[in-house]
Write a new protein. Structure first.
Length: 182
């Protein structure tokens, strides 16, 4: 369980240490860097499931494409909050657990389902100079950043639903729902 002493530490190290405490015999490989990097993708080629718990759609899009290319099941676990126009008040929050099984029609990829914000992906992945040029030309709207990722009770609920769904899929004790939205 994370505590105040963990603040500022790398998430991957915290998860690895917690898992090793739980199962000292576990073999864990970690990669610190972008999932878009070749070393990360080489590691991912050998996995049975990709679990997304990322903060932006560009990396979701990259891993969605990777999962599709290598026929690896993927589960997207995410939540979000929406602020009012001046950023002073939370207007809403939601979360979802979404499965993608390549080549299974009832479990579409994130892009096919419409779960990815194509404008965010385009803006985030374009070269820095192009971002500056487009912003200057007025192509990028609503440039104020939303608040930093929030630790809210919804995170715990969504994580619990995701763990139940993943364990159910692994051991086969229940049918996997393609999409759960709260």
């Amino acid at each position: 369980m994370q505590n105040i002493r963990d603040s500022g530490k790398c998430k991957i190290d915290l998860v690895k240490n917690a898992w090793k405490d739980f199962n000292p015999c576990a073999e864990i490989e970690c990669y610190k860097g972008s999932a878009a990097d070749l070393p990360a993708q080489e590691l991912l080629k050998g996995v049975d499931l990709i679990v997304l718990a990322v903060d932006n759609d560009p990396i979701r899009a990259i891993l969605n494409g990777f999962a599709s290319q290598y026929a690896i099941p993927l589960v997207n676990v995410c939540n979000g909050i929406w602020m009012n126009d001046d950023g002073s008040k939370i207007e809403g929050q939601a979360g979802q657990v979404q499965w993608f099984f390549p080549r299974e029609h009832e479990f579409p990829c994130l892009s096919c389902h419409g779960s990815l914000n194509q404008q965010e992906i385009q803006e985030n992945l374009m070269p820095e100079q192009e971002k500056k040029d487009r912003k200057k030309a007025g192509y990028i709207f609503n440039t104020t950043q939303s608040p930093a990722p929030q630790v809210i009770p919804l995170n715990t609920i969504i994580a619990g639903i995701a763990v139940d769904s993943i364990v159910g899929w692994i051991v086969g004790y229940k049918k996997t729902a393609a999409l759960v939205i709260l």
